[in-house]
Design a protein around this ligand. Structure first.
Ligand SMILES: Nc1ncnc2c1ncn2[C@@H]1O[C@H](COP(=O)(O)OP(=O)(O)OP(=O)(O)O)[C@@H](O)[C@H]1O
Length: 593
């Protein structure tokens, strides 16, 4: 070894995961003041949900955010989950890549990074310790611990400062952290909006939030059912790599390739093993420990050519159309709502996923920008809102590629609309450890498009019938406005008394309208006679009014119909102008006569 290399290797060292993320906190999503605080909310809320649901408990979370200085906050987050046993508290909060979710199971968490990331950020920005109170059940007995600790970044472990045992009243976790260089905001990417979106996809949860100004928000439950627990599923042969196979071969306790493959992969029957042996020529009775890299590569290559049943989907639990509707209705109070949960399909040949979509229109749907409601896209993965990195996400790509004009939405941006998309999978293909955007796998993009276009058609029907209703109402209004004028003026011209037309005007309007709209109106005979006689009377008066006048009347009605879609103010203004014109017409008629 040369002198140079020796010097170089004197500094050879190892970074613990905590040290690595201390230097690269943006990789945990902690970049920017608003975003950092939102990510903290996200990590703590998703952990509470996962834990409560796994224990069969309806999640209830309390969050208290106090501002104690400039960009300096104190956050207290508590849940009613199963709690964390004392010996795991520092592992959960101080050890990176430690957790209970490294299985092929649908859950919000995946990496064992989230809450230790929050502790790291707190320590890095304030130097303060973290306080945790945990209550859990052990052998049927309630146990509790109050702990204060710091993260030992160098060793990726916790440094306990104080511990005190007590008997709690119930299970759950309460964590208190301080943060600096973060900011609470009501903006689209802020913490409050994160809670709002969370509630849409989790109608079974309850969140009470006290903001830094002391305002208390209670997001109530819209549904009382704990979501069915997802099951762990074995990986599908089309979804594994040579590295996966050699790793399985190293850790398996099976005696040969055959039992190793059938027990660790889904859809691997004895028939498929026989087929695999024929294609590869590899003896399936060989011991797993003897597996070489090239054998693993040959097996994976064979898998790509073989036909398998689609992966089992029992492990995927979608929110469901009804629940999404409940969540969206409670938060958005829309005028119209439509939702869909598609059947499971796969991406990369072997990873199952489900797309769910919803459209809410009108009411509180959309976001207010410059006092105007605009459309908004709410992206979710396994019920968790994805608030950042929208541009690179499969959901954004799919929704932007839809030609919304085909669904009657000429200006999507300026429509009061909320588009909801949730992807359910045991392996959501996130683009980074920050888990804020989904890789645009072609199958995923395709499914999102299909789901959304299907419900967009329903929205189109709603908008159409609403337009027709509005048109009908406008026509009715015009009729009611002008008929009395005509009757009264005609009576004046004929120098007779004005008939008592009011009680039946509504009926005349309805009948005339029905004719205009091509509808059939059933009316009682007696009423019909009365209406007929009134119409006759009207006709008689009509003889007195000359042709020019009635032509003019028709023209006025026609042009008014064209304005059916103008806003109220404009319409009112035009109509009063028209009425003036009309009365001017009668005036000139009178003068002529
Ligand atoms: N409120 C809680 N109640 C009970 N257990 C919890 C709670 N929060 C965290 N845990 C446990 O701590 C583990 C580590 O949590 P952490 O947030 O670090 O990672 P994760 O949720 O597994 O994955 P990810 O990094 O993707 O969020 C979890 O797997 C879970 O077992």
């Amino acid at each position: 070894m040369s002198q140079q290399a020796q010097e170089l290797f004197e500094n050879f060292d190892q970074l613990t995961p905590s040290e690595f993320f201390r230097k690269n906190k943006q990789m945990l999503g902690f970049s920017g003041k608003i975003r950092s605080l939102t990510i903290v909310f996200h990590e703590l809320i998703t952990n509470s949900f996962d834990a409560a649901e796994e224990a069969g408990i309806l999640p209830e979370i309390r969050i208290d955010l106090k501002q104690i200085g400039k960009e300096h906050y104190l956050l207290r987050h508590s849940d009613n989950g199963p709690g964390i046993p004392e010996e795991f508290v520092t592992q959960v909060y101080c050890q990176m890549f430690a957790g209970s979710k490294f299985r092929n199971i649908q859950s919000r968490g995946q990496q064992g990074l989230g809450c230790s990331g929050c502790v790291l950020l707190s320590q890095m920005t304030t130097g303060e310790s973290t306080h945790v109170i945990s209550g859990w059940k052990e052998d049927g007995q309630l146990k509790g611990v109050k702990m204060e600790f710091k993260m030992d970044v160098k060793n990726n472990v916790g440094d306990v400062i104080k511990t005190e045992n007590f008997t709690p009243e119930s299970t759950g976790v309460c964590i208190q952290l301080q943060f600096k260089e973060v900011s609470y905001s009501l903006a689209e990417q802020g913490a409050f909006e994160y809670i709002r979106r969370t509630m849409i996809a989790n109608p079974h949860a309850k969140i009470t939030f006290r903001d830094p100004k002391g305002h208390k928000y209670i997001f109530k439950r819209a549904a009382d059912i704990v979501p069915v627990l997802p099951k762990e599923v074995l990986p599908h042969p089309k979804g594994v790599t040579a590295d996966d196979i050699t790793t399985i071969a190293k850790i398996t306790d099976k005696r040969n390739f055959k039992s190793m493959l059938t027990s660790s992969l889904s859809r691997m029957s004895s028939k498929k093993i026989k087929e695999l042996q024929e294609i590869t020529g590899i003896d399936m009775k060989k011991r797993p420990k003897s597996m070489t890299w090239s054998e693993a590569e040959i097996i994976v290559e064979a898998f790509s050519k073989m036909k398998f049943m689609a992966p089992p989907t029992s492990g995927l639990i979608p929110i469901g159309e009804e629940q999404i509707e409940k969540g969206m209705k409670l938060i958005l109070k829309p005028e119209f709502i439509t939702t869909i949960t598609r059947s499971p399909v796969t991406y990369k040949g072997g990873v199952a996923f489900i797309v769910e979509a919803g459209i809410a229109y009108g009411g509180d749907a959309g976001r207010i920008v410059n006092e105007q409601r605009k459309s908004e896209i709410l992206r979710f993965a396994n019920r968790v809102p994805l608030t950042f990195d929208a541009g690179s996400c499969a959901i954004t790509e799919a929704l932007k590629s839809i030609d919304w004009r085909r669904y009657g939405l000429k200006d999507l941006d300026n429509t009061p609309l909320t588009l909801f998309v949730n992807i359910i999978s045991t392996q959501v293909p996130y683009l980074s450890t920050g888990k804020q955007s989904i890789a645009p796998e072609p199958e995923i993009v395709h499914e999102i498009r299909q789901a959304t276009m299907k419900i967009a058609r329903k929205l189109q029907r709603h908008i159409r019938s609403k337009k027709a209703e509005k048109e009908k109402a406008m026509r009715s209004k015009i009729f009611e406005d002008y008929v009395p004028v005509i009757i009264e003026e005609a009576a004046a011209l004929a120098e007779t008394g004005v008939p008592d037309y009011k009680p039946v005007l509504a009926k005349v309007t309805r009948r005339a309208l029905a004719e205009l709209m091509g509808e059939k109106v059933e009316e009682e005979e007696e009423e019909e006679d009365y209406v007929d006689s009134l119409l006759e009377e009207l006709d008689e008066f009509g003889h007195v009014v000359d042709k020019e006048h009635s032509n003019r009347k028709d023209r006025v009605q026609e042009s008014d119909l064209d304005e059916a879609f103008l806003d109220d103010e404009k319409t009112k203004e035009k109509k009063s102008k028209k009425t003036d014109e009309q009365s001017k017409l009668f005036d000139s008629k009178e003068e002529e006569e």
